[in-house]
Design a protein around this ligand. Structure first.
Ligand code: FUB
Length: 324
């Protein structure tokens, strides 16, 4: 038994776990961290991942199996490097792996690859998703069958560079010193029916405070940094994400998958390591948090391990804060 709050696998470094229940089983789509000794920088150049492995478990707490390599950057025609946090979706019997990578010009884009099997291997589309940019795709399918992609990350995720609508390589990192200026938000776009593209241009998913005002740049304990995830509970939509520099996983609630969302609280206190990135999944009526820390490498920020724990979600959607 792997058990809770322990590394799900120990033979490779893994991070950014996107968990889904497909055909009654849990499939986890993580980043595959590279065992490289490189210095950290604020653009995340230490995250030099080249491929993805899919993990699976019969149920929470059970043994976790590495299903092997599902996609390698060398097989993706448009991509050059840095296969960061992925996600997956299932529609009409096909499985879709969504992944960010830098293109040949060093610009983060989001690609999609398809398989008949949730564990892959996945066949990449020849180009990235038109209109996609930045990192950390998370795809949510609503009860009416419509699917949405949430994505974006500031700093190394390059979201600052798209704020004018066109790519600006000189845009500086968003800093708390920008004070009351509205913080950059994640993006959301409805997926096309074939799940290979966007139905319309991505738009901002606004995150508001308790007074209905946008969270500000100075509000680093609550504003968006990276790693969006969407879950639905009793008809409400919950957008959760990482606050990056302050290392929290937090959530906001809304009435529509497109937002706006109102900040509600913290899900997870900081873990060992710099990044925090998660997913939330329901299995047989209980809710689980999949997350990562750097325990397996003794604290090296880019050598992480995925873990899971049960979450305590009240009927009104309130999520109890966990300590790792
Ligand atoms: O794993 C690389 C990047 O680190 C992810 O894309 C971010 O969410 C952060 O976890």
């Amino acid at each position: 038994m792997s058990g809770f709050r322990k590394p799900l696998v120990r033979h490779i470094f893994t991070a950014d776990p996107s968990a889904h229940v497909f055909a009654g089983k849990i499939y986890i789509y993580p980043s595959h961290d590279v065992d490289l000794d490189v210095p950290d920088d604020d653009d995340g150049d230490q995250y030099q991942m080249t491929d993805y492995h899919v993990l699976s478990m019969e149920r929470p707490g059970a043994e976790c199996v590495d299903c092997g390599e599902a996609l390698h950057v060398k097989d993706v025609p448009w991509a050059s490097r840095q296969m960061w946090a992925p996600d997956a979706a299932c529609k009409n019997g096909l499985y879709y792996l969504y992944f960010p990578a830098k293109d040949k010009e060093g610009v983060f884009r989001i690609g999609v690859a398809v398989s008949e099997n949730p564990a892959g291997p996945f066949r990449p589309e020849p180009g990235y998703i038109p209109g996609s940019f930045s990192i950390d795709p998370a795809v949510f399918t609503d009860g009416d069958g419509r699917s949405y992609m949430y994505f974006g990350g500031i700093w190394g995720g390059q979201l600052e560079r798209w704020q004018s609508g066109v790519y600006d390589p000189a845009a500086p990192h968003q800093q708390g010193s920008l004070g009351d200026a509205p913080a950059i938000t994640p993006m959301v776009a409805e997926m096309s029916d074939d799940m290979l593209g966007f139905k319309s241009s991505p738009r901002q998913a606004d995150i508001l405070d308790e007074h209905g005002r946008p969270l500000t740049c100075a509000d680093e304990d609550r504003r968006y940094f990276e790693g969006p995830w969407m879950h639905k509970h009793n008809g409400k939509y919950y957008l959760s994400y990482s606050t990056g520099t302050t290392h929290y996983l937090v959530y906001a609630e809304g009435d529509s998958p497109l937002g706006p969302f109102t900040y509600k609280g913290r899900i997870l206190e900081p873990v060992l390591g710099w990044t925090s990135h998660h997913s939330i999944v329901e299995f047989e009526g209980k809710w689980y948090l999949f997350y990562h820390d750097s325990e397996l490498s003794g604290g090296v920020s880019h050598k992480r391990c995925v873990k899971h724990m049960e979450l305590d979600i009240a009927p009104d959607g309130t999520i109890a804060t966990q300590t790792p």
